[in-house]
Ligand binder design. Structure first.
Ligand SMILES: Nc1ncnc2c1ncn2[C@@H]1O[C@H](COP(=O)(O)OP(=O)(O)OP(=O)(O)O)[C@@H](O)[C@H]1O
Length: 382
């Protein structure tokens, strides 16, 4: 765990570039620091590996102050990737990757084995790239080498300062995807600086929005999107952000908690009554009466009931099973819409981990969300 406690940094003794900043980064977390140019992101990150010294406050790694550590050891054990790669042009790719293993006095064989392994991990044929020079590589390939080098001695922590910002959008996206895969596989603690919100939302477990050297909000991407803490965070997200990232909205965010439902043994007359009361044409059929811990079993529509009005008929006789379109509350909106487009019903049951009914997504609930997040339609006009 990395902990920044009341950290302040001033270069001139007057202006605070980082101002009483607090941040707790759990082991294995991918944390993105984001903010406008000059807000102190890089300085904050550089204090973690003591490339800059805090003026005040404390930085702890696994409970130990970085100040108490040997600076060389500290830096060797924290991977560091920067925007312009920083590969040494006169050294081969192999030698560049082996920099820290060389400082740590690894044997030649061990170093090469590790370098080849890392090249392969970064999707570059090891034997082919090992003896090349940086100038013979594309920008994206060089950046991959930068990441391989940072991973060389298998550090627990990797600091990345705008590592992809000089790359074209396609290469950038590819490297972001690879980074996410790597993080899944290796479980490193990553602190990543960017000023690109798309990048932050895509990569981060948690995002720290920084302004004037202070953390304004430190939350998951979902939370930042749904509940930006203030106008600055909102501005930074862009007004139409939710519109652009519907995959961030989950079924539980778009479902209605109050909706039409009926027990499996309910009669057609009862179904019609509920539909009239609620002015709806579709009901979710649940396994038992009551309000708690019900499981959805099917759906009935007004049309289905009109064809089966005999009093002896029960919902279980006429309903259509909902087994194929029951949706977990964490399913994203894009998938929910996809499922809705494939079925003939206007209401789909949303369930929790235990399979209990927690809500329903209906055209009205969707419309409410669209109205709320739309950049052009003002709320209330529909
Ligand atoms: N070595 C230094 N000496 C004096 N001032 C510095 C030094 N390093 C950074 N600063 C100043 O500290 C402030 C924060 O810089 P920092 O690089 O941390 O910002 P940033 O948020 O990473 O910006 P960017 O997105 O532009 O990289 C800036 O005003 C910068 O000019």
């Amino acid at each position: 765990m990395i902990e920044l406690k009341n950290v302040t940094k001033s270069f001139d003794g007057k202006n605070k570039v980082v101002d009483n900043l607090n941040l707790k980064i759990e082991k294995g977390e991918f944390v993105v620091l984001i903010g406008e140019s000059g807000c102190g992101k890089t300085t904050t990150m550089k204090m973690i590996n003591l490339l800059e010294k805090p003026t005040k406050g404390e930085i702890l790694i696994d409970g130990e102050s970085v100040k108490s550590k040997d600076v060389k050891d500290l830096r060797r054990n924290i991977g560091y990737v920067i925007q312009k790669v920083g590969l040494f042009p006169h050294m081969t790719i192999g030698e560049n990757i082996e920099l820290v293993p060389t400082l740590n006095k690894w044997s030649k064989e061990d170093k090469k084995e590790r370098a080849i392994e890392l090249l392969e991990l970064m999707d570059l044929p090891g034997e082919d790239f090992y003896d090349r020079y940086p100038s013979e590589l594309s920008g994206g390939q060089q950046q991959r080498i930068g990441i391989a080098r940072a991973l060389a001695v298998n550090p627990d922590i990797i600091l990345m300062d705008e590592p992809f910002s000089a790359l074209d959008p396609i290469t950038r996206e590819k490297l972001q995807d690879e980074m996410m895969k790597l993080q899944d596989e290796l479980g490193k603690t990553i602190v990543f600086v960017t000023h690109d919100m798309d990048e932050a939302l895509k990569l981060a477990d948690k995002i720290a929005v920084i302004k004037d050297g202070k953390v304004i909000q430190f939350d998951t991407p979902e939370e930042i999107l749904k509940n930006p803490k203030d106008e600055f965070v909102e501005y930074f997200l862009g007004k139409d952000r939710m519109w652009k990232t519907p995959e961030m909205l989950l079924a539980r965010d778009i479902m209605k908690k109050k909706f039409g439902k009926i027990g499996i043994n309910g009669s057609p007359a009862r179904a019609i009554e509920i539909m009239k009361d609620r002015e709806i044409n579709t009901l979710i059929v649940v396994d038992k009466e009551g309000v708690n811990r019900q499981k959805p079993v099917g759906v009935v529509t007004r049309n289905m009931i009109m064809k089966n009005t005999l009093h002896s008929i029960k919902m279980k006789d006429i309903m259509e099973s909902s087994n194929d379109f029951m949706v977990h509350e964490n399913t994203n909106m894009v998938e929910v819409l996809n499922i809705m487009s494939k079925i003939n019903f206007r209401s789909i049951p949303i369930v929790n981990d235990e399979g209990f009914l927690v809500g329903a997504v209906t055209p009205v609930s969707l419309l409410n969300v669209i109205t709320e997040i739309s950049p052009t339609i003002e709320g209330g006009e529909l």
